[in-house]
Design a protein around this ligand. Structure first.
Ligand SMILES: [Zn+2]
Length: 213
């Protein structure tokens, strides 16, 4: 019942979408990120795509997020079709969340998985209004707690979580394997659209650093 072939096609479509996005990328004018990105740091997706460590994070993140969506979708579909206990558990959690404002909902892949609010720098005023704060305020009261799971239900749930993890790992490997085939296209796009902008920034920087004559 495990059909992996479609991941290949999804990777192809997602790389196409990323290639259409890259020419519009410009170096951010905001301060550098304060935290390490949990999604990108050490991701095998980067190695598979041939993306070097010095490529700007936004460019990297836009690709990693698109690949992550493919993996998540695959695991979601698998869970819905094959893992009834876990599916019921997740659907319950979703009902609990829905109704509130979710700052992470409906984001473009470039922004997915990042902190919704910029980090207030040290010694600066914190933001008076934050998206995370709004989400907290608009969260509905949780419904009455459900009856606790029986030992048998817990065992089944643990087993299904394990199967979902295995499925995610398999989908991740499949995505990486498919990505390797797109390496030349990805590398060419970075060389053409990203590297000249970084070089321009470095040139500008060194001009500003030159002592006045
Ligand atoms: Zn990232």
């Amino acid at each position: 019942m495990i059909v992996m072939g479609s991941i290949d096609e999804r990777v192809n479509v997602a790389v196409d979408a990323w290639l259409r996005w890259v020419p519009r990328w410009e170096p951010g004018t905001h301060r550098g990120r304060a935290r390490l990105c949990r999604r990108c740091t050490g991701s095998p997706i980067l190695a598979a795509a041939g993306i070097a460590a010095d490529v700007p994070h936004q460019v990297t993140h836009a690709l990693v997020s698109r690949m992550q969506r493919i993996i998540d979708k695959d695991v979601d579909d698998f869970t819905e079709a094959e893992l009834p206990t876990l599916h019921a558990e997740l659907t319950g959690a979703e009902l609990w969340r829905s109704g509130g404002y979710d700052p992470a909902a409906g984001l473009d892949p470039e922004y997915e998985g990042l902190e919704p609010d910029p980090d207030p720098g040290e010694g600066e005023q914190p933001f008076l209004f934050t998206l995370a704060g709004l989400a907290e305020e608009s969260r509905p009261e949780p419904p009455l707690p459900r009856p606790p799971l029986s030992a048998e239900e817990k065992r089944r749930l643990r087993n299904e979580i394990e199967l979902a993890d295995e499925r995610a790992a398999a989908a991740g490997r499949e995505v990486c394997f498919a990505l390797v085939g797109h390496k030349p296209r990805i590398e060419a796009a970075i060389q053409r659209f990203v590297e000249p902008q970084i070089q321009a920034m470095l040139d500008e920087l060194s001009r500003n650093l030159e002592p006045p004559q």
